[in-house]
Design a protein around this ligand. Sequence first.
Ligand SMILES: Cc1ncc(COP(=O)(O)O)c(C=O)c1O
Length: 396
Amino acid sequence: MKLPKALYELEFSHGSSYGEEEKAAILEVLDANAPSCGSKVKQFEEAFAEYCGTSYGLAVTSGTTGLQLAMIAAGVGPGDEVITTPLSWISTANVAAALGAKVVFADIDPCTLNIDPARVAEKITDRTKVILPVHLYGQCCDMDALNELAQPRGIVVVEDAAHAAGAEYKGRKAGTLGDIGVFSFHQQKNMVTLGEGGMITTNSRSLYERALSYRSLCCRTYDPKGKYLPIDESLHPMGKKYWYLDFDNIGFNYRMTDIQAAAGLEQLKKLDSWNKRRIEIANIYSNRLRGIKGLRLPFVSPHVKHVFHVYCVLVEPESRLSKEDFMWELYTKKFIKPWSHYMPIHLTTAYRNLGHKHGECPVVEKLFQQYVSLPIHPRMSEETVEYVTNSIRELA
Ligand SMILES: Cc1ncc(COP(=O)(O)O)c(C=O)c1O
């Protein structure tokens, strides 16, 4: 069986999936003149926070801007150090670097590919302000170990949960496992809000208020009598109590729009069933690919619910093909587009220019020669999943 190119584009391009529910919700917001950050955003924030189990949700324009607000809320600035994983999308590190902090990379655990708490422990100094683990591919990090390192030292733990909407660790949801969590709703994620979007979750009133303030230019409104309004009312610019404006600090506009939030509310209702389907596909992949020489399947920790934003295999040295040849043959002979998430951040030109270098994180550097992401998203048909596994068996 050979999939035509058009089918490959449809099946593998990205995970977004919208139905009649999103269409109706979007039209309703259009009829209300599609405001910026209005009542739908508030509803979405409350629904997402309730889903995760946190006191607060704060909808933002992307995972990147959410992470930046989280860094600001944690008080990160020049001279501080932020410890994170080298194996992530570059945003994770950039948000700290952009604030003038030093990004310190702690190597990964070779089984889970998540940040290794033992390596984090070695990197902690008096300047460490934040530990920023990433729940890579949808599998939560070893959060107990990381919190044990952070809490006694007053270090803030920011979860990068961009891949992990609906993921769990010891029965608790991603986004509730540190001091503040950040999700992405970019078009490839497990749930999406019209191409871009993100959400912050936290139980801390003070972290929430700081993020809320910087999301909206640190704007405060005061009435004609000079009385400043409470921050929640102040920061909904479309709200009724819009009077005069003052600005407490140098902030940003990272507000989500109501039309995105309306779609997000519908997506949230579908998230669990989509994650269930991702897990089913991952299980089929693993069952059908088991036993291929030199192909290591994803390790799933017994403590987590892995939601398989990415299904990643390791092409080990015993394999017939190198990683590059495996990817190339999948693409050119079988029309399957694999990916490699990600180039280790410290090896990118941007971070080499900041003084980072080869040898800094040997585990990820070695595994970079091996990790390959196979296509996965809830719309994949049985036929396509079978096609992918048969193709790999033929090539490997
Ligand atoms: C691990 C990780 N963190 C952060 C981000 C940034 O999210 P966004 O693309 O919504 O800015 C991404 C995006 O892919 C990501 O994969």
